[in-house]
Design a protein. Structure first.
Length: 431
């Protein structure tokens, strides 16, 4: 069977569904990385629902039985299909024990089939309609207001013929959310003050489409990707800088699978580089103890895409393998060091780590659009992360993604712990 790693449908996963060995690697942090029983789980879905069908293993079985017609695409099946954050923790766990299964891609293929059948939760359908009409999934906003946040910024206008080394791609949250817009302006000012040759495409670029993909709206994602890639192609060699983990993942990992190759860096990577070059110097002592939450789409899912096309083979009529060897995304090459180096460089700041970090980080709960149709679940997952953060003694959670920031903040009732973006601390220490 020829597979390219992206152009796959649910049927293509049949051999993987059959080969899943029920080893439980998709449900727990890899055993050698577990530090305590309390924080040993990796999959939010099986952790919350405590029923096998809500795990990657269970979804392999569900996919098989749905294809064979033993179960219908009914409410119970759809509940298991969509209550998955697409966080990829199962995929990393599975890669430890198996090299030839793709549980995350299978989970998303299940969602895609349900979307094709018109069976997505109404809230997700509404978000997809908003994306189609306003080029963002955020409700109640209009595409012509996408640049309002930047009216006072001295960014070059790349849609008007100017050129720059970097284009700032804020993502929908920073572009529209009134609480975050001032942060986007602050980030741009820091980069400009450090001498970065920076512009933006204004109303040219739109939603990256990454969350649509996570939710099963593959066609919508492909439309957004094609639209953005066409705009960015007007300036050959342009590099994007984004403060959003979802955008980073979409552009770094998913766009190349469609043939769109544009270099992208996360703001933390660019800031770290500027510090090393002596273009930014922290001044203020912050006197804080913080812990860092690795966003799934910046960390384990932020690894670069590797093109592959090949064929599945059987060795000794028993062992499945691929020719040539398939890329193995183990999650270890994501963006982990840059944010930690920044934090460790801020005077008076002490970084204490949670138990589930880097490629084994616990999801913030907002992934896969779960917060749109099942807020109780999304916030329970966030609450579990807040509990883990509190166990470190820190009173501030730092992250590098607006979706994580919002969901974790919403789960922090009673002001037990503060949640900030890494750029907030950078701004504070520079001022
Ligand atoms: S880790 Fe992989 S092989 Fe093991 S049960 Fe989970 S999906 Fe199946
Ligand atoms: S993607 Fe995340 S929520 Fe979905 S099955 Fe895998 S670990 Fe669980």
């Amino acid at each position: 069977m020829p597979l390219k790693g992206y152009e796959v449908t649910l049927e293509d996963f049949r051999p993987m569904q059959e080969r899943c060995s029920n080893c439980l690697g998709c449900k727990f942090v890899p055993f050698e990385k577990i530090k305590s029983h309390r924080f040993s789980r990796n999959c939010p879905s099986i952790w919350y629902y405590n029923f096998n069908t809500y795990s990657a293993r269970g979804r392999f079985q569900l996919g098989q039985t749905l294809q064979d017609g033993y179960v219908d695409w009914n409410g119970q099946a759809l509940d298991a299909v969509f209550n998955c954050q697409a966080c990829g923790a199962c995929d990393i766990g599975c890669k430890i024990t198996r090299f030839n299964l793709e549980p995350l891609a299978h989970n998303i293929a299940l969602k895609e089939r349900a979307v094709e059948k018109g069976l997505a939760p109404p809230a997700l359908e509404a978000a997809a309609r908003q994306l189609s009409s306003q080029k963002t999934m955020l409700p109640g906003v209009k595409k012509e207001d996408r640049t309002a946040w930047a009216s006072e910024c001295k960014l070059k206008d790349l849609s008007a013929g100017e050129t720059a080394a970097y284009a700032f791609f804020p993502g929908c949250q920073y572009a529209y959310n009134p609480v975050l817009q001032c942060k986007a302006r602050s980030q741009v000012k820091i980069l400009l003050d450090a001498g970065v040759d920076l512009g933006f495409f204004g109303n040219g670029d739109m939603c990256c489409g990454g969350r649509a993909k996570q939710m099963g709206f593959r066609e919508a994602f492909e439309q957004e990707a094609g639209y953005n890639a066409k705009i960015w192609a007007k300036i050959p060699g342009i590099k994007l800088v984004t403060p959003c983990a979802d955008c980073y993942h979409a552009i770094k990992r998913q766009y190349p699978a469609l043939g769109y190759n544009v270099e992208v860096v996360h703001t933390s990577e660019l800031i770290c580089d500027l510090i090393k070059k002596g273009k930014l110097k922290f001044r203020k002592d912050l006197n804080l103890t913080v812990t860092y939450h690795d966003p799934c789409h910046l960390g384990r899912l932020g690894e670069p895409f590797e093109a592959w096309e090949g064929t599945e083979k059987k060795v000794l009529n028993q062992i499945h393998t691929w020719e040539p060897r398939r890329p193995r995304y183990a999650g270890t090459d994501g963006v982990y060091d840059a944010p930690r180096e920044i934090l460790n460089g801020i005077p008076g700041l002490r970084l204490v780590e949670m138990e589930r970090i880097r490629e084994n980080s616990w999801c913030c709960g907002a992934g896969g659009g779960c917060g749109l149709f099942n807020e109780t679940y999304a916030l329970s997952v966030a609450g579990e992360r807040v509990t883990e953060a509190l166990s470190t003694g820190a009173r501030t959670i730092v992250t590098g993604c607006p979706w994580c920031e919002i969901n974790l903040k919403t789960a922090c009732t009673g002001g037990t712990i503060d949640v900030v973006d890494i750029m907030d601390l950078v701004a504070q220490s520079l001022s």
